[in-house]
Design a protein around this ligand. Structure first.
Ligand code: SF4
Ligand code: SF4
Length: 168
């Protein structure tokens, strides 16, 4: 049950692209308990991480039907910084397809004033989408953070730094 009334139905893409710590399941591999296109074989006993997870498409009807993850090949989640867009690794260019690419750009434009980022994740590679650029950040490790260089609210450069270096 969700607030939006949407249901996962035949989508199981988060069970592939998301990491599940409790199961030591890495990103971008099918969970051993998933029957792709059908659902979870241990649904009643699935980990808390899975119980609490809902992608943005599931909970937000502002996102069009075409964003359904098994159709778009993109799983959207939010972080403290903004929107994260994870590509099905079998379709690494899914985010460049229309209408998705244009909508990502529109969100980057509306997010700029709010300091909300749009980050596309393909495998371990990340791309920061801004109104004017796409910053290919390469492989961003779990201990690394995206550092944006701003002029006003406009992002003029983006790099990656170790989280531990930023804390110093
Ligand atoms: S990606 Fe979203 S719609 Fe698809 S199974 Fe996961 S929560 Fe449901
Ligand atoms: S345990 Fe079930 S819900 Fe959780 S990732 Fe695996 S298949 Fe998906």
């Amino acid at each position: 049950m969700t607030m939006s009334g949407r249901q996962c139905g035949d989508c199981t893409l988060c069970c592939k692209v998301m990491a599940i710590e409790e199961l030591a399941k890495p990103v971008n591999t099918w969970c051993a308990h998933c029957k792709p296109g059908h659902g979870c074989l241990i649904y009643l006993n699935r980990p808390a991480e899975c119980r609490s997870f809902a992608c943005v498409w599931l909970v937000n009807e502002l996102l069009g039907d075409h964003w359904k993850p098994n159709q778009s090949k993109l799983v959207l989640t939010t972080s403290d910084d903004g929107l994260e867009v994870r590509c099905d690794p079998g379709f690494p260019d899914a985010w460049r397809k229309e209408p998705y690419h244009s909508e990502l750009r529109e969100w980057a434009i509306s997010g700029e004033a709010l300091d909300m980022t749009v980050v596309v994740v393909v495998g371990q590679r990340m791309t920061l989408v801004t109104p004017e650029h796409e910053f290919d950040l390469g492989i961003v490790g779990p201990d690394e953070r995206i550092v944006r260089e701003l002029e006003g609210t406009k992002v003029v450069n983006a790099t990656v730094a170790k989280a531990s270096d930023l804390e110093q």
